[in-house]
Design a protein around this ligand. Sequence first.
Ligand code: FO1
Length: 308
Amino acid sequence: MWVVLTGGTGGAKLIQGLSWEFDPAQLTIICNTADDFFLHGLSISPDIDTVMYNLAGLSDDARGWGVRGDTFAALRQLEKYGCEAWFQLGDQDLATHITRTKLLREGRKLSEVTDWLCAALQVTAKILPMTDDRVETRVETARGEISFQDYFVKQRWQPEVKRVSYAGIESCRPAARVIDSIQRATGVIICPSNPVTSIGPILAVPGIREALQATPAPVIGVSPIIGKAAISGPAHELMKAMGSEASAAAVAECYADLLDNFVIDHEDAESKKRIERSGIRVTTSAIRMATVVDKRRLAREVVALIQE
Ligand code: FO1
């Protein structure tokens, strides 16, 4: 059983590759929930849904989120009623948020709701929220503190970021099965997701980082950055806001206490020595996942490092 830490589109692509190359039932995916938010009275968990739709074969790979071929009639009608329409919620996607909100209101935990939705979509991989408690990434800009989705989607990550924090992180607890799956894993993969707003919140949940330090399983990371820029999204901007250089080597240093091997792109081969000085083995590869072939190949390479 392999444990996979993910959030956002980068992680979802590698997970797609893993699910095509290997039996998805052996994947336990620990998913970021700090991007979750409330809109139109609905509980929305974007990172869980993106992975779930990917594993159900429903994802819109061109957009990177939502359901392929979805329609937006409800959103158009919401707009007519004066509701916010900057977050593009398709009609089939809305069914997920309506069901999640209903089950949460009935008192179920987010992990139980996720099990329910995955069963309905015949997803055999286990998708675990990092916590069942409420944690929210807050982005401090010159015009005050906003939610991650406001920063990332509504404002298209244009505002300059002064600081990022995870509200509620100190008092949250890992969801059931999270620690146990890390302890029992035969391999751990840290996906090429945003180190500040996707992987960062997972590692900040009390107990998770310690479990990853203690697990006998090899821990393999994949860089979300090539050269000075993120492969997708604002990872480099957010790393600078956290006072860290935006580079593959800097990401490796964020995870130095956890990693056995870090996969970087050939373009960053010159930083191999610097990363190895942190005691981490480095593998160079072509880490951009633009095609199905790329996703499958990188998945095979990462698993080969686990089995080394
Ligand atoms: N990202 C966008 O850039 N624009 C959107 O309109 C948008 C809608 C959306 C709806 C459902 C969903 O699950 C994700 C959605 N995303 C959208 C992506 C989302 O903001 C990101 O996947 C994560 O929050 C980043 O990790």
